[in-house]
Ligand binder design. Structure first.
Ligand SMILES: CC(C)(O)CC(=O)SCCNC(=O)CCNC(=O)[C@H](O)C(C)(C)COP(=O)(O)OP(=O)(O)OC[C@H]1O[C@@H](n2cnc3c(N)ncnc32)[C@H](O)[C@@H]1OP(=O)(O)O
Length: 257
């Protein structure tokens, strides 16, 4: 399948999606989002894909929603077509997905990165929600996810002023899991993704689902959910294999069963 705005590759068990609208700093238009969703759906169906890396260019992960496309949108069109809702697919993608962010991750770019499971940042990354400078506010989850990542005070400051955050601050405040030098970003993201993809896929998916539950429920409910899912893992062949391999002092051979 040929795409106009993204590059899709397979590296072993890892799916690699590179946003590729360099002239517009990977601004997210509806065509790009459609292509991204299609590529993700294919990786979701592919039994041989265990993890996905989503990245951009050295200058921009994505500079937000395409302002030129969005500028003439009317309220009625936005409402009728449920504008932005199709972007949420990334947050519902069931396999592990890592955002490898270099350069600008602004507005919808920051929101897209936050929909992934975690963010590996290059040392030149800049995160922000500058929508207020355009006369709007974040509309793809930014007011909610950024607040959960960095807390109310910092999220409020960023959304109300449009201030951007560098990679060091993003790591310090919990938005990025780690910062690596720019020239090592992709290699490191692929290495981490390969490690995840070598584990049991259903167990990784259940782990992801359980961690995400922490955002949606009380501690008691979350722990109950974790316990049920944890118990269910003892019905898997991969649990038997993982523990037998430890006891027998050998590497496990997970079969995703
Ligand atoms: C999803 C929602 C609902 O949350 C809404 C949003 O995401 S709103 C968008 C939020 N993002 C922004 O406001 C960032 C806009 N871009 C910039 O501020 C700057 O481009 C920059 C600081 C990221 C980089 O500046 P600079 O290096 O000077 O490059 P530019 O010359 O400005 O940009 C190069 C080229 O890219 C086009 N561009 C950049 N961002 C966007 C965008 N978000 N939408 C459409 N096009 C964008 C820019 O217009 C330039 O193209 P040309 O005009 O030269 O053709």
């Amino acid at each position: 399948m040929a795409y106009n705005n993204i590059i899709v590759e397979k590296r072993g068990k890892v799916g690699l999606i590179t946003l590729n609208r360099p002239k517009a700093l990977n601004a997210l238009n509806s065509e790009l989002i459609g292509e991204l969703n299609e590529a993700l759906a294919k990786f979701e169906k592919d039994d041989k894909t265990g993890c996905v890396v989503l990245t951009g260019s050295e200058k921009a992960f994505a500079a937000g929603a395409d302002i030129k496309e969005m500028s003439s949108l009317t309220y009625i069109d936005a409402y009728k077509n449920d504008f932005i809702t199709s972007w949420d697919y990334v947050s519902r993608f069931r396999k592990p997905i890592i955002a490898a962010v270099a350069g600008y991750a602004l507005g919808g770019g920051c929101e897209l990165a936050m929909m992934c499971d975690f963010i590996l940042a290059a040392d030149n990354a800049r995160f922000g929600q500058p929508e207020i400078t355009l006369g709007v506010m974040p509309g793809a989850g930014g007011t909610q996810r950024l607040t959960r990542f960095v807390g109310k005070s910092k999220a409020m400051e960023m959304c109300l002023t449009g201030r951007t955050m560098d990679a060091a601050e993003a790591e310090r405040s919990g938005l990025a899991s780690r910062v690596v030098p720019l020239d090592e970003l992709l290699e490191e993201a692929l290495k981490v993704a390969e490690k995840i993809a070598d584990y049991s896929l259903p167990i990784a998916m259940m782990t992801k689902e359980s961690v995400n539950r922490a955002y949606e429920t009380t501690l008691a409910e979350g722990v109950r959910f974790e316990r049920r899912v944890f118990h269910s893992m003892f019905a898997s062949e991969d649990q038997k294999e993982g523990m037998a391999a430890f006891v027998e002092k050998r590497a496990p051979q997970f079969r995703n069963k």
